[in-house]
Design a protein around this ligand. Structure first.
Ligand code: MF3
Ligand code: CO
Length: 248
């Protein structure tokens, strides 16, 4: 069942989502060669707690940190560590916040120092794929219109979309119905309606779509070792269109 939110509930969700956006904005300023992913996690956790909010991922199914930090060929769910970022890396940062009854969830992939042309293109296309998906997130469209727009955008540039992880409804729970695959044919699934709140999150690989989970039980990496990027926003469907709640 898809839980529809009232305008008042969406306004409250917007507050958790704003904290997510603020953390990401702050973290962007400290990502640099030499910084450890653990330091990024510590920054995020103390920022979130200073707002009276709680990091949504910490403890979720035993996940040990507040942020997922996925570097280079890591797709999602990379665990913060004392490893230092290097010039030319890309890093995906995924952040969830719980505040006064509601969740917010967003992710970006950032360059560390100077990155090469192919990596830059992967970041730009993945962000564009998220925008293409969000464009279709309007009342009257069907859920898979989002999926198919994301897939078309990524594949038209020679990249592939990850199959094993999907976007999701979000609200009083971090993961609600519906699941939102980043691939599929348009025109299928439930009709989008005012009050739906969706975390749309394409994961795009420079090579093949297959992923492998490392022995830590969390970190997903590309099977072929190619680079991977991840962008995510929490979006509310409104009467006439949508609001991107995790955008400042
Ligand atoms: N954005 C991801 C999701 O919504 C992050 C979950 S990470 C976890 O599924 F650690 F909480 F599992
Ligand atoms: Co999510």
């Amino acid at each position: 069942m898809i839980v529809l939110k009232s305008e008042d509930e969406i306004n409250r969700m917007a507050e958790s989502c704003r904290i997510v956006a603020e953390v990401l904005e702050g973290i962007k300023k400290i990502v640099a060669p030499g910084v450890t992913t653990k330091e990024l996690d510590e920054f995020a956790e103390s920022f979130i707690r200073s707002k009276g909010a709680r990091p949504a991922f910490k403890g979720y199914r035993g996940y040990p940190a507040s942020v997922c930090t996925s570097v280079n060929e890591q797709v999602v769910h990379g665990i913060p560590s004392p490893a230092r970022l290097a010039d030319g890396d890309i890093i995906s940062l995924d952040i969830g916040v719980y505040y006064r009854g509601f969740y917010g969830d967003a992710a970006v992939t950032l360059p560390v120092g100077r990155i090469n042309g192919p990596a830059e293109k992967l970041l730009a296309v993945t962000e564009k794929a998220l925008e293409a998906g969000i464009d279709r997130a309007v009342p009257g469209n069907r859920l898979s219109d989002i999926s198919s727009a994301i897939q078309a955008c990524a594949e038209s540039e020679g990249f592939s979309v990850v199959r094993n992880f999907v976007g999701h409804g979000i609200g009083r729970e971090l993961h609600e119905e519906p699941q939102i695959p980043n691939f599929g044919r348009a025109g299928e699934g439930p009709r989008l309606r005012e009050g739906m709140t969706l975390a749309i999150e394409p994961m795009v690989n420079a090579g093949g779509w297959e992923v492998v989970i490392l022995s830590d039980g969390w970190t997903a990496v590309t099977k072929d070792g190619s680079l991977s990027a991840h962008f995510e926003h929490t979006v509310a469907i409104t009467k006439k269109g949508h609001d991107i709640l995790t955008k400042l």
